[in-house]
Each structure stands twice: as C-alpha cells, then as structure tokens.
Design a protein around this ligand. Structure first.
Ligand SMILES: *Cc1c(COP(=O)(O)O)cnc(C)c1O
Length: 423
C-alpha cells in the first residue's frame, strides 16, 4: 500500500487562509481590536478606556428607551412569538419600518419593500451575496467599514475603493467613482452618517451621488445604520429621497439609534418608486439569499412596532445631546495633541478620523504601533486607521461617558508627551 504523502490526521487541518480565494486573511475591526487588547497591561489599576469600537450600550447614560425595553418584554410575555418567523420577517414589523422610513420620503414605502435581517451586518451580507456574479464589482468608500470587504471576499465579488475627501468634509470623490467603474460595476456603497469619519452628506451632495450612479447605471446601497444620529449643522437626509433618480437599497438597524446592538434586528429596504428593480431579478435574489441565512429572533421582530411608535422624542434628543458634547470634548482634546490633526469636526455617527504625524514622535513607526503602545502604557484602546483603509490615521469613538472620554484623551496627551521627539 502506498503511504499517503500528507501527514495530516484530519482533513480540516492546514492553513485555511492560504487556501482561500483572497490572497491574505481579510481584516476585520474586531480582529484588530482583539489584537490591540492583548497588549493591555493587567497591572494598570486604571479603568480601560474603550475608544476603539462603537458600542456605547455598556454606559448607563446610553441605556435604551424604556419603551423599547417594555416592547420586548410585552412581546415575549404574550407567548405569541415563540415560532420561526417567515424568511422576510413578520408583517407588523415590516409595516412599522416601512412607515417609519417613509416619514422622510416623498413617497410611501410598502411593507413588501422591507426585509428583516439579523442586524445591519446581515443586511450587508445579503445584498452583497445577491449582487455577486462572475466578473462583477462593487464600489465602497475608503476609509470605510471593512465588513463590506470581508463579505465581498466571501461572495467572490470584487471590491474597488473610492476615496472620501478629508479636505471636503469627507465627501465622496465622484470623479474617482466614475474612473473606477466599468460595465461590470453593479453598485456603489455610501455610509451616511459616516463611519469612520463622522461626516454627514448634504442633500446637494446626495443628489450628485444619485446623478452619478444613474449615469453609470449602478445601484446605490445606502448604509444608514446611523440614521438621525446627527448633531452638527447638516441634518440627515435619506438617500432614498433620491430614489426617483436611481434605485436605492437602504440598510439599517436598531443597533445604533436605540443603542441595542445585541438585539440583532436590522433591515434591508428596496426604495424603487420607478420600479427600476422590478424586472432586474434582484428582488428574487434577495429573497433567495435570505432563505439561506438565519432570521432575527421573532419576539424582537414583534417588538418593533412599539419600539418605533412609543420611544419618546426625549430619548432621542437626550442621546443626541450627549453625543454632541462627546464630539465637542473629543475634537477639542485631540487638538491639544500636536501629533494629531483633525480635518473636521464630526457631525454625526459616533466616530472621527484623525491623522497621525509620526515625525513628531520618537519611537513609533506607524498607526498600529501607536495603538499597541497606547494600550500597553495607558490602557486606552483606539483603532489604527489601517483597519479602515487609511494607514497612519486613527479612528476614535467618542460614544462613551463624558468623564471616561476626558480621562482617555488626557492619557493620550500624556502618551504623546512621553513619546514626543526631543529637539
Ligand atoms: C455598526 C455598523 C453596522 C452593523 O450594524 P449591526 O446592526 O450591529 O449589525 C453596519 N454598518 C456600519 C457602518 C456600522 O457602523
């Protein structure tokens, strides 16, 4: 008997990444944050300041609305939502979301336009898989949200990155969009309000995006997971307001506005008042893709009508006031650190991007090293820009308690002073 060449005991052993379609393992925000968190010094008695990921739900000041909690309790206690849900989601929830999103639109969405997903992440997964076909490509922003790249790699859909322009308030580089696209480009993604830049696109800019997409014959995927989370001079306008120009797929969830990312309820909405998508086959593909992913918990779906209708205006305005103050503190404190430049003050979401000036630092080679040493020495976690496509920048989350934020930014300043180049 000829001995097998391989010494493998199990067939699943080996370098999975090397055997994947992508050349290198895809970068995820979580993966990089875990790596940085491994550098935290356990002997530091001070609290860890988490400015790396956008989940403020652990802070008491960001607790979700009482109405949302009651809605979930009521749904659960009714004992009517212990079954599997339909693939597309239960009708009352779809209807409620259609109504909620139609408030800001010049036309009404129908419940049939709404598909419920396991958070916005699952909505991203579904739309990417639905659009994937051999040779096709999709345009995504840089800096951006790396989950798009990860999902596209899984679905074998090519990703092309267009830049957001820091000198223009992080507007989309529309010339780059045109230059990057070809007859195989199926869609462009925008994230508004922006993660990681904290920018909010003006209606004038959204209109230009719609016109450009129409000219190129591509769909706009609008990631509006931070919808309504704005606190600057530009108000949120949904991309779907321009759906008469170009079909829009809106993605969202309750994770951010209600600060309940653990509830895992999101949506994918087809905004298609001219019926441009109707005969494209895309709607059928979306349903097919939903059939092979799992559904959000039925009782959370059932809570949606009450969450949307009964949450008081006060809850939203309180969160916005907290975030506005957070953004002010963050912007002001970062300005006091000479090796950091903020191109613009954040007007929405929970993040901002800042540039590192490494020439002013003695022993730090890049953004990754900056973040690792900062975690080690100051127990402050921030995300290196390389994780979102911009090397030697940093993404800072300001959605935390004010005193925690002051503390963390004070430590960042002390870190700079210790590592500043001596003249
Ligand atoms: C948080 C986030 C998501 C994912 O939202 P979930 O509802 O938690 O899955 C998607 N897109 C962006 C830009 C995000 O910041």
């Amino acid at each position: 008997m000829v001995e097998k060449e391989s010494k493998k005991k199990w067939n699943f052993e080996g370098n999975f990444h090397g055997e994947q379609k992508t050349a290198s393992p895809p970068i995820t925000v979580r993966g990089i944050l875990y790596m940085i968190m491994r550098s935290l010094n356990k002997d530091d008695d001070r609290p860890i300041i988490p400015l790396g990921h956008g989940d403020p739900s652990a802070f008491p000041c960001f607790r979700t609305s009482a109405a949302a909690e009651d809605a979930v309790v009521d749904a659960l206690r009714s004992a009517r939502y212990n079954s599997y849900s339909p693939t597309v989601g239960i009708l009352p929830a779809r209807r409620a979301i259609a109504g909620y999103l139609s408030h800001d639109l010049p036309y009404n969405l129908s419940p049939d336009d709404v598909y419920l997903t396991v958070g916005c992440s699952n909505a991203i997964e579904v739309i990417i898989e639905a659009l994937a076909r051999p040779g096709a490509n999709i345009l995504v922003p840089r800096p951006g949200f790396p989950y798009y790249d990860v999902r596209a790699a899984c679905s074998n859909l090519e990703v092309r990155h267009y830049d957001l322009l820091p000198d223009k308030g992080w507007e989309v580089d529309l010339e780059a969009v045109e230059a990057l696209s070809d007859e195989n480009t199926v869609a462009m993604v925008i994230i508004n309000p922006g993660n990681p830049c904290g920018n909010v696109h003006s209606p004038q800019h959204l209109e230009k995006i719609a016109e450009k997409a129409r000219k190129l014959g591509i769909l706009v995927i609008a990631d509006e997971v931070y919808e309504q989370i704005t606190f600057g001079s530009t108000n949120f306008v949904p991309m779907a307001a321009f759906a008469a120009t170009v079909p829009v797929i809106t993605l969202g969830s309750i994770s951010k506005r209600w600060t309940v990312p653990g509830w895992r309820l999101g949506w994918l909405v087809t905004c298609d008042p001219t019926a441009a998508l109707k005969n494209s086959g895309l709607i059928e593909r979306i349903t097919e893709c939903l059939e092979v992913t799992t559904d959000p918990a039925t009782f959370i779906q059932a809570a949606i009508p009450q969450i949307l209708e009964k949450t008081k205006e006060e809850f939203y305005s309180n969160i916005i006031a907290i975030l506005r103050r957070c953004a002010d503190i963050c912007f002001d404190r970062l300005q006091e650190i000479p090796c950091i430049t903020c191109p613009s003050k954040p007007e929405g979401s929970m993040f901002l991007m800042v540039k590192l000036n490494l020439e002013l630092l003695d022993d730090i080679g890049d953004d990754m090293e900056f973040c690792i040493k900062l975690a080690e020495e100051e127990s402050v976690v921030v995300l290196p820009g390389v994780a979102v496509g911009m090397k030697n920048w940093l993404r800072v989350t300001f959605a935390c308690d004010h005193s925690c934020l002051e503390d963390g930014l004070g430590r960042m300043k002390a870190f700079y002073q210790r590592h500043a180049k001596k003249h």
